[in-house]
Write a protein that binds this ligand. Structure first.
Ligand code: NAD
Length: 343
């Protein structure tokens, strides 16, 4: 029994509390004990503390440096910025790691095993935008500014290359648009080339692909890729694309990694259309918890958790509705817990 790793738990909005409960049941069955500090953010934070990202949440993560987070809704109106983006900025979570692995064979694409590394703090995604009025039209011109820095590109690339090598990966593909956005994405590509030449030539293969071609190639033959590393906006889009290759958002976990903190979450949102119905697929968040276990070096427990998901899906054939099954969240969780306990 491992005990008492301090961690922040944010149940989040919509289906968040339902999939968090399922994840806690799985961790409990594994015998892993986190010392959870439960905090409210998103709509729940706005309701309880008047802010979608209350100071208490930031203080908690500052202390624990580790968080498991349900999806957060950004209240529309009121000028609130996304709590997810604020969290990434507050803790400088520069690396977003999104693995996509086939869990149920026989889908449109079999044997997918990809990782997308996404720069998480820079680029066009930062939302530096404004309008310029013209001829009495206040919204005549829209301008967005993207900022990529050498240092920001480098730290993400260093993380991605080190992670790929440590996980026995064979190839890393740098995804860019440096043929058109020569400076904004060229700076990222050049850093990748430099880093590779300086440190990784003998340790992993590297190639380069332009984002639009990459999207097409991923759909036609995803097996030609192993890991992908890219800038913020391209990574946002590509990681949803690769989630689609393995059956959708219900099975896509993500880690946001910084020097001083790490936050683990499902890639999907709060799914308001099914919230409260007890039918959500908790596996994306459970897989995020497995990434969190790897992060705190509980490798054996992480492996047991992934194996139990595989057994529940493929031996017991227990699946939630999004995967064509009939189990609700509770029934799936019970089957998973039984597999964790009994193997
Ligand atoms: P969504 O991911 O919540 O839902 C898209 C579709 O996928 C819906 O039909 C939903 O029912 C389904 N779905 C998602 N997760 C599922 C699960 N675990 N099991 C079964 N079905 C699932 O995307 P959206 O509707 O565009 O966003 C809803 C809210 O979530 C928005 O407020 C958005 O800002 C927020 N959001 C938060 C995060 C985050 O916290 N990281 C990420 C994305 C969206």
């Amino acid at each position: 029994m491992t005990s008492g790793i301090p961690a922040t738990l944010i149940p989040g909005d919509g289906i968040g509390p339902e999939i968090v409960d399922a994840t806690l049941a799985a961790l409990d069955a594994l015998g892993v004990s986190f010392d959870w500090d439960v905090q409210q953010a998103g709509l729940a934070g706005l309701k309880s503390a008047g802010d979608p990202l209350p100071d208490a949440v930031l203080d908690s993560i500052r202390r624990t440096r580790l968080a498991l987070k349900g999806p957060l809704e950004t209240p529309s109106g009121g000028g609130y910025r996304s709590s997810n983006v604020r969290l990434r900025e507050a803790f400088k979570l520069y690396a977003n790691v999104r693995p996509a692995k086939t869990l149920i064979p026989g889908g449109r694409y079999d044997d997918i095993d990809l990782i997308v590394y996404r720069e998480n703090l820079e680029g066009l995604y930062m939302g530096y935008e404004h309008y310029i009025p013209l001829d009495g039209d206040p919204h005549a011109v829209a301008i967005a500014t993207g900022v990529n820095t050498r240092q920001g590109s480098r730290r993400l690339l260093e993380y991605a290359f080190a992670h790929a090598v440590a996980n026995g990966r064979k190839k890393i593909t740098v995804v860019h648009k440096a043929n058109i956005m020569k400076t904004l994405t060229g700076i990222f590509l050049n850093e990748a080339r430099d880093l590779y030449r300086e440190h990784y030539q003998d340790r992993i293969e590297m190639d380069e692909v332009i984002i639009d071609a990459c999207a097409m190639k991923l759909v036609i033959n995803p097996w030609q890729f192993d890991t992908l590393v890219t800038t913020n906006l391209f990574g946002d889009i590509l990681s949803d694309l690769v989630a689609g290759l393995v059956g959708g958002l219900g099975m896509a976990p993500g880690a946001n990694i910084g020097k001083d903190a790490a936050i683990f979450e499902a890639v999907h949102g709060s799914a308001p259309d099914i919230a409260g119905k007890g039918i959500a697929n908790p596996v994306a968040l459970i897989l995020a918890a497995a990434m969190m276990l790897d992060h705190v070096k509980l490798y054996e427990q992480a492996t047991r958790l992934r194996k139990a998901i595989d057994q529940t899906y493929n031996l017991d054939q227990v699946r939630t509705g999004d995967l064509g099954g009939t189990a609700n969240t509770k029934a799936f969780t019970q089957a998973l817990v039984a597999r964790i306990r009994n193997g």
